[in-house]
Design a protein around this ligand. Structure first.
Ligand code: COA
Length: 391
């Protein structure tokens, strides 16, 4: 039985800052951000969006009534959840009106969470072929103003509907994974900003890629020539390219040309969104499928997932016949075109805009946020979510 990705939804907030402007404000040569790191725009989440609303908005565009009825497992991958106890998925389950006969959990391992969700979903569907699983990867990447990580922030969510006989991508069986305790990136429970050893995280990303790629080749007998594209977790778009270039010499000139060209397509969306942590790899897959119009059914795509701390995994999927008919390209074109650029000082204000932590009530103005699902405020330490379609 084939199991894999049946639909892919995406959402990013309506605000962004231009990386050239951020560089100028920080007295840095813009080339460092646009070429050295490879980022053009960075999505900014207003206070009315959090990891719950981003995920719910991403899922909203893809689910029909039959999906809502058949989803019996919601797996929410995030490292910027809103509660240390209650799963962010339970809020999304309610906001989307899913069938109550479902399991719902939150999964955490830095940017690896959504991949863990996908692998769990695969096992669940193998045992329950009629079921559909909603896997969400949603985060707001925050490193702090004026830090070296600042240029690698972003915000957004990817929603993946997993099923048997998927319309977009069937996952293959072989997968290689690796865990090692490394302090390259972490966020203690008392901090709303990540702590990072940037150089170490770059090194470990490459080291983990090398380990799982080597293991994967041994397990599968496949090599570079068997891949039409490899998609990477993209904290910034230069990172995946650096990893790809470490295995360059294993391929022919044709392989290099094909993989480099497809890499460019797979990084297009990430370049104008920024790091969305656990959804980042799947935003890259979406970017490839929606922007590279002549990628044929039957193409094999490699996926490298890396979650600092650290866990890495390499696995593969095969594109299904007529997969392009099941993408939401127009929605995403419209989403990007309708965004508003903010100045660096507006971005800084938005960054500092946070909810009270003393139990007091705050009502938020959701009329300025074009998203269908918004955070409308907080009262008695409980976040108040609104689906404008139900108002
Ligand atoms: N024009 C073009 N390129 C330039 C440049 C310019 N004017 N100035 C610098 N660069 C290049 C550098 O040569 C470097 O390229 P290289 O990595 O290929 O050598 C790149 O821009 C980044 O410069 P660097 O000095 O390393 O940046 P930094 O010390 O500010 O750190 C990160 C960059 C990514 C480590 C930092 O943003 C960070 O910690 N991010 C969060 C963690 C992260 O994303 N980790 C990734 C793995 S999960």
């Amino acid at each position: 039985m084939k199991i894999g990705i049946d639909k892919i939804g995406f959402y990013t907030p309506h605000l962004y800052v231009d990386m050239n402007e951020l560089a100028v404000a920080r007295d840095i040569d813009p080339g460092k951000f646009t070429v050295g790191i490879g980022q053009e725009k960075m999505a900014i989440a207003p206070i009315t969006q959090d990891s719950v609303t981003l995920a719910a908005n991403a899922a909203l565009e893809i689910l029909d009534e039959e999906d809502k009825d058949k989803i019996d497992f919601v797996i929410f991958g995030t490292e910027t959840g809103v509660d240390s106890s209650k799963s962010a998925g339970v809020y999304v389950h309610e906001l989307l009106g899913l069938n109550p006969q479902a399991r719902t959990i939150e999964v955490k391992q830095a940017c690896y969470g959504a991949t863990a969700g996908i692998q769990m979903a695969k096992g669940h569907i193998a045992l329950n072929p009629e079921s559909k699983v909603l896997v969400l990867g949603s985060d707001i990447a925050r490193y702090g103003l004026n830090t070296s990580g600042e240029a690698t922030q972003g915000a957004g969510a990817v929603a993946l509907l997993m099923s048997a006989d998927p319309t977009i991508m069937a996952l293959e069986d072989k997968s290689a994974y690796f865990t090692s305790d490394i302090m390259d990136f972490w966020r203690p429970v008392y901090s709303d900003k990540a702590f990072v050893d940037g150089k170490l995280s770059n090194e470990q990303y490459i080291a983990f890629f090398s380990k799982v790629w080597g293991q994967f080749k041994e397990k599968s007998g496949l090599g570079l020539k068997d891949f039409d594209a490899i998609c990477y977790h993209l904290p910034y778009t230069k990172m995946g390219l650096k990893a790809l270039r470490t295995i360059w010499d294993e391929g022919s000139d044709n392989d290099k040309e094909r993989l480099e060209e497809n890499y460019t397509f797979s990084a297009k969306y990430n370049r104008i969104v920024g790091n969305i942590y656990t959804g980042s790899l799947y935003l890259s897959v979406l970017s490839l499928l929606e922007n590279k119009e002549d990628l044929k059914a039957g193409s094999r795509i490699g996926l490298f997932s890396y979650g600092s701390g650290a866990v890495g995994e390499f696995f593969t999927g095969i594109l299904q016949p007529n997969y392009r008919d099941h993408l939401y390209v127009d929605n995403h074109t419209e989403l990007f075109q309708s965004r508003t650029a903010v100045s660096v000082s507006e971005y800084e204000e938005t960054y500092e805009d946070t909810l009270p932590m003393d139990g007091s009530t705050m009502e938020l103005d959701i009329d300025n946020d074009p998203a269908t699902i918004c955070l409308a405020g907080i009262t008695a330490d409980q976040r108040q979510y609104v689906n404008k379609r139900n108002k």
